[in-house]
Design a protein around this ligand. Structure first.
Ligand SMILES: *Cc1c(COP(=O)(O)O)cnc(C)c1O
Length: 369
């Protein structure tokens, strides 16, 4: 029986990719901000409609180095309903994550309780546009201004999304995008930082290259997180097909809604009016359904269909943080993490496969007449 994985990487046309990388055999410039790297930065500035894009070897290091480059200190308010990367980036900089709860509507950071978490040690907020659901950016901006805090968005899931015609890359002081192979747009491994303040370009660019600012001059204690030319070439090819890929994802997404939209006890995440989605994930939350999240997960597995408990556990419940952080102060996040499942979603997933997945999910629902 054919397996259906939760995701499948987009691939550009093979010949297009070969054509794109051919020149590298001639010029032998394989990394360190070569021609492909520079082209991709420029094209992404256009695509994301944002003034500053700096590429990185992956999304995690983009976030980790952004925290360093913005010189954050003390405490950082963030969401535990995310991938380990967001919390690790804060802790690995020697800072303390302060976990805010998420709202039960779109699972992004609650803003009505945000101010109560701010202390004199707070330097920043790192919210997450989880599943591509956009945070309450206006309210976060208002609070950040009032308390003089930086805002860096984990926008790993939000590539290419716009809200009322404004590109998501323009919110806050900076946004991190992941171009990992499993993301909507990818460079195999890769990532980027977008940021508002032009004067940050120098420091951000140098952080990914050992803090070097000129020949013989090392101004910052940077590291190495440069995107290489093969990654950038993959990005250039994938950018050519990104709109079609998103369109194909949309068909899958809508098919899921057709099947599951009116199912009692299953809650969907549907993009609100004014948001152009990238259809990155299809999370469903089981709340009052005849089966539990874990039961549905196992049922699907028996049919060779692999869904994902994403995000479970919460980052404040990860084993490496035992005794240090807890999820007691984030009850909504706990509730959702125990009930959420993301269903298979990728551009080439067939609609018949979506039909099958949904029939497995609904098979055990008793029919009352
Ligand atoms: C993928 C992801 C990251 C990390 O990105 P990489 O490119 O894999 O390093 C960070 N945060 C979230 C929410 C992610 O999904």
């Amino acid at each position: 029986m054919k397996q259906i994985q939760v995701t499948q990487s987009s691939m550009p046309d093979y010949d297009t990719f070969c054509e794109e990388i051919k020149v590298l055999w001639d010029n032998r410039w394989l990394t360190n901000m070569g021609d492909k790297h520079e082209q991709l930065e420029m094209q992404l500035e256009q695509y994301l409609n944002t003034p500053n894009v700096t590429l990185f070897s992956n999304g995690h290091l983009a976030l980790e180095y952004a925290i360093a480059a913005f010189n954050l200190s003390g405490e950082v308010i963030t969401s535990p309903f995310t991938f380990a990367s967001t919390t690790h980036a804060i802790v690995r900089n020697g800072l303390t994550p302060v976990f805010g709860d998420i709202n039960p509507h779109n699972y992004t950071l609650q803003t009505d309780t945000l101010e109560s978490l701010i202390t004199e040690k707070t330097s920043a907020i790192i919210p997450v546009h989880v599943y591509g659901n956009i945070c309450n950016v206006k309210e976060i901006e208002r609070i950040a201004k009032k308390y003089n805090l930086k805002v860096i968005y984990d926008a790993a899931h939000a590539f290419g999304i716009s809200v009322d015609e404004q590109g998501v890359a323009n919110f806050g002081d900076a946004s991190m995008f992941s171009f990992h192979a499993t993301k909507v747009f990818h460079t195999i491994e890769g990532g980027a930082l977008t940021f508002a303040d032009n004067s940050m370009k120098r420091v951000i660019n140098s952080y990914k290259n050992f803090g070097i600012t000129g020949p013989g001059t090392v101004e910052y204690i940077g590291g190495n997180a440069k995107m290489n030319e093969f990654q950038a070439a993959m990005g250039l090819c994938n950018l050519k097909i990104i709109d079609q890929e998103i369109e194909k994802r949309k068909r899958v997404f809508e098919r899921y809604i057709d099947h599951l939209g009116d199912t009692k006890g299953i809650k969907l995440s549907i993009p609100p009016d004014g948001v152009s989605s990238n259809y990155a994930y299809f999370p469903i939350v089981f709340d009052g359904y005849t089966l539990s999240r874990n039961e549905v997960y196992e049922q699907l597995k028996k049919h060779n269909i692999y869904s994902r408990k994403y995000f479970y556990p919460l980052t404040n419940n990860l084993q490496c943080y035992e005794g240090r952080f807890t999820s007691e102060s984030t009850p909504v996040a706990n509730f959702i993490a125990n009930r959420v499942l993301t269903l298979p979603l990728y551009a080439d997933l067939q609609l018949e496969e979506v039909d099958k997945i949904c029939s497995v999910i609904k098979a055990n629902v008793p029919i009352y007449k």
